[in-house]
Write a protein that binds this ligand. Sequence first.
Ligand code: NAD
Length: 473
Amino acid sequence: MANLADENKFFADVCKNFDSAAQFTNHPEGLLNQIKTCNSVYRFQFPIRRGNGFEVIDAWRVEHSHHMSPTKGGIRYSEMVNEDEVMALAALMTYKCAIVNVPFGGAKGGIKINTKQYSVAELETITRRYTTELIKKNFIGPGIDVPAPDYGSGEREMSWIADTYMTMNPGQLDALGCVTGKPIALHGIRGRKEATGRGVAYAVRECVEVAEDMAKLGFKAGLGDKRVIVQGLGNVGYHSAKFLSEFGATIVGLCEFEGAIYNPDGLNVDEVFAHRKNTGSILDFPGATSFKNSMEGLEQDCDIIVPAALENQFTELNIRNIKAKIIAEGANGPTTPEAEAIFTEMGGIIIPDMYCNAGGVTVSYFEWLKNLSHVAFGRMENRYAANSNANLINTLENLTGKTILPEHRLMIVKGASEMELVNSGLEDTMIHSYHEIRETLMTKPGTKTLRTAAFVNSIDKIAVSYMNLGVWP
Ligand code: NAD
């Protein structure tokens, strides 16, 4: 877990990874420094009324890179959040967007609270006041900076943000595009909630499909025989586990802050989720071994680990105890550079956060496009496609005298729904980006890790944007 000693290390770690990759590019040092630096760091405090008195809340919004507008990134609600962390997460957003070809600069927000200690009304007050402070400084808007959910926040908080922004910007036609991750009723997009976890599952599937890479780990290609441990049963962790098991992997371990459970025969993620809801803990799930120390859960036998909680989970102190050969970073920054060096030396593969968890921002981009175009994907074409397909099938049946089975007809005839279009766009993005990164790894000698290769691609794309902006000669 992050501790005080780590407090000023996360952004430095991101910069260290950037520097390792920068040596494989040909850009001038000044341009590299411009890409690396945080363009705007806004730290603010505001009061809320609590009980009989007041409490002052610490908050941040960091816009890491203005090479594209708007900037984009989630808001973290956590008592451990600090300026260094928000800067690091904002920087990761810049690189992430470039990797998956989403035309945004990176940003991140932080509100330093433990959400469990506040009532819903207080959380609403905090979120609305935070939004107001951003509006006052021009740090939010569909063409300026577009927040999204992160650790400790979700659809509910995003709808408060949207409502506050719309109230203070009456008549602004594109106002709903000021934030993503909204509920469907507020013009969010189908598939956004599960997008990050679904994207993690696509990333892992793509990685294990490459027979040549799996052979080096002593694995067969494919997910069918892979055993997975997931840390964090929140949005990213739950959906990663759910989709990985849908794609054929076996979830053998789950870790939460109260402890961990392990069953080599497999765990049903929804049953564990229900057990936690009923008992308040994942511990004592029937048939599984329980560990009070959550970290012990990560050290159990498995092939793949998906950290999906917080940063700095794997350090030089614990990485050698990890049995998995693949770490798929659902969370941002779960592996320190020191731990990565050791894990790579041990022969392991890390699917880096900046690619692995990019499903969220990819579908947020689709939501933003939906808000700007004011129409749901598929709404205009769905019925037309279904009718055209039906006409085609009818004509074929008439010409051939043969009849297609009703279930086949249904499959061929139907038009694509918003959810299907979103998932297909996400799947395509994750597949394409994985192979783009792997291609760099294979063709640039010395890059050694998928993270370095991902950074190289990202730096190259951002450098081109700066040059096209005329900022650099
Ligand atoms: P969340 O709040 O929904 O879930 C986090 C979960 O982790 C919670 O269930 C929490 O109890 C658990 N947890 C906390 N400390 C833990 C510990 N020490 N051991 C095990 N479990 C622990 O948050 P989330 O949105 O799922 O985000 C998780 C990570 O994924 C963060 O690093 C976030 O930045 C990253 N991320 C999230 C998104 C997104 O769309 N939500 C997108 C990209 C990256």
